[in-house]
Design a binder for this molecule. Structure first.
Ligand code: HEM
Length: 274
């Protein structure tokens, strides 16, 4: 299962900014299909009794159903976007590096791979918590979650390293003052929250006496759990940071959508997505 998620992230990173419009549209269609699988999985868990028997109560099933509803709306949007992409012209190739006008292919690829993995990590994390502790599926989903989480951490750190070598373009000139201030706050907050989510996940695993499984390799961790430290990392990873992240991503997406569809400054979004 891990390989499928990584493959999805790689394909979306390579296609969404491809110069050929049909490849771009195929990438968008693939994103819609992947969201469709998430929606189907939630419906299946609703109907086969998985959620009804969740040992941790109904909050997580409710959150997963809310995410499925948002995913459903996103699918409609992506299908419409794919249709529009087919009608647009193919474009010139992009540079690998960032320049003064736009993000290059490396930054764009890393952005969409990170976005894909993070958006998958939330439902996987919530879903595994709805399974009984003794269920073998829980171990499988936990291993997938840990591997994708560590991959995201490495990806974000590599991306920050790349930005140090290849500085991002200045914020779009069309942004108003308050929009600039918000972007200057939201962009670093996004990086910070992802790094903190992944680090607290690792710390929670290490201090909770849980098995750490990465790419099929299983670590030998101390079986002794450090209850006090584990409780802190758990609260941060399971509650505080997800709430913070949802708020930050809502601001980020809200700003992008408003900028593109309400203010009609459509060129700016093309700095990260063709
Ligand atoms: C950006 C990366 C990550 C995100 C967005 C994320 C998100 C989540 C979410 C939403 C949950 C469910 C919380 C709940 O329902 O209470 C969860 C659970 C969990 N995550 Fe992560 N996670 C990430 C990275 C990691 C990493 C790198 C690891 C470990 C290597 C990890 C280990 C865990 C564990 C062990 C649980 C279960 C916690 C428990 O038993 O209470 N996570 N994660």
């Amino acid at each position: 299962m891990t390989a499928q998620y990584l493959f999805l992230a790689l394909v979306l990173a390579l296609t969404l900014n491809h110069r050929n419009r049909f490849v771009r549209a195929a990438g968008t269609l693939l994103a819609a299909i992947a969201l469709g699988f998430i929606v189907l999985s939630v419906i299946l868990a609703d109907t086969d009794g998985t959620f009804a028997a969740a040992p941790t109560g109904m909050v997580r099933p409710l959150l997963l159903n809310a995410q499925a509803a948002v995913a459903l709306a996103a699918i409609v949007f992506l299908l419409w976007a794919a249709w529009r992409q087919v009608g647009r012209a193919s474009t010139d190739p992009l540079p690998w590096r960032n320049d003064a006008a736009t993000f290059g292919l490396v930054s764009r690829g890393a952005h969409w791979a990170t976005a894909t993995l993070v958006l998958c990590l939330f439902p996987i994390g919530l879903f595994l918590q709805t399974l009984p502790a003794a269920s073998p599926d829980r171990g499988v989903f936990l291993a997938v979650h840990q591997t994708l989480g560590v991959t995201v951490l490495v990806l974000v750190l590599a991306r920050l390293g790349w930005l140090a070598r290849s500085p991002p373009p200045p914020l779009a000139p069309s942004l108003r003052r308050w929009e600039r201030s918000l972007a200057r706050l939201v962009h670093p907050a996004l990086y910070a929250s992802i790094i903190l989510l992944a680090s607290t996940g690792l710390l929670l695993t290490l201090s909770g006496g849980l098995r750490l499984e990465l790419y099929g390799w299983t670590s030998r961790l101390p079986a002794q759990a450090d209850v006090a430290a584990g409780g802190l990392w758990k609260t941060l990873h399971n509650l505080v940071l997800p709430i913070l992240f949802y708020a930050i991503i809502a601001l980020h997406l809200g700003a992008v959508l408003k900028h593109h569809f309400i203010a009609r400054r459509t060129r700016d979004v093309r700095r990260m997505l063709r």
